[in-house]
Design a protein around this ligand. Structure first.
Ligand code: DX5
Ligand code: ZN
Length: 217
């Protein structure tokens, strides 16, 4: 089933509660929470205290937390405590991916594994049976509002093939530059969890969510 995960990197931070309620009421499935440390990516966003507040506003809508931080294994419990439901780490961010996956699972969260645009899908083979979701980055992580990189289409197709070949039930999420214009091709390529920030949190938020949903079915 297709899921929509609006990225709060593009939210109006003066009205977090109101805007989360808007996407929730309009039919969003998750709220995508981008954590950046200024080291793994050249930008800093926010951490657990803000997420705790977002969790309250989101209620029963799961938090899809995307960690763009070095050595995420240091903070697994902190993200569990502040309310993460799905915790996604980057393949490139830690020396021990297996152990970090194990720690997330042990803490009671769903596990996501992400690769940057330059990282080949083949690296996922070793982990595919241990995770609930693969996140294919379709922009260089760090900023909202960038253009979708076409290399992601092939990577989504390859990931889908890997999931089918392995026989696992694993979601395929895409993040970066998704819009109403490219959404259909992205779904066709194999994504079933759609992250969108700037395309959702502009103008009429509820209408944007509904427009996305009408294409996603
Ligand atoms: C980028 C973040 C994305 C970002 C997407 O590093 O991971 O989640 O918010 O923003 P848009 O949809 O505007 O490209
Ligand atoms: Zn993200």
């Amino acid at each position: 089933m297709n899921k929509l995960s609006p990225s709060m990197l593009s939210i109006d931070f003066g009205n977090i509660e109101e805007n989360i309620k808007k996407v929730k009421d309009a039919g969003a499935d998750y709220i995508h929470v981008d954590v950046m440390d200024g080291s793994f990516v050249p930008n800093i966003s926010f951490g657990p205290p803000v997420i705790e507040y977002v969790k309250k506003a989101a209620g029963d809508m799961p938090l899809d937390v995307h960690l763009m931080i070095d050595r995420p294994e240091r903070y697994i419990d902190a993200f569990k405590k502040c309310g993460a439901d799905i915790l996604t780490i980057h393949y490139e961010s830690t020396e021990d991916v297996h152990e970090t996956i194990r720690l997330i699972r042990e803490a009671g969260m769903k596990v996501g594994l992400s690769i940057k645009p330059a990282t080949p899908v083949s690296v996922l083979k070793d982990y595919i049976s241990e995770v609930d979701m693969i996140l294919i980055m379709s922009v260089e992580p760090g900023f909202g509002g960038q253009s979708f990189m076409d290399v992601a289409y092939d990577k989504l197709r390859e990931t889908k093939a890997l999931v089918m070949d392995t026989g696992v039930s694993c979601d395929i999420e895409v993040d970066g530059g998704v819009s109403l214009q490219n959404l259909e091709s992205i779904l066709e390529a194999g994504a079933n969890v759609i992250v969108a920030g700037s395309a959702i949190f502009k103008n009429d938020i509820a209408k944007n969510v509904k427009d996305f949903r009408s294409i996603m079915k």
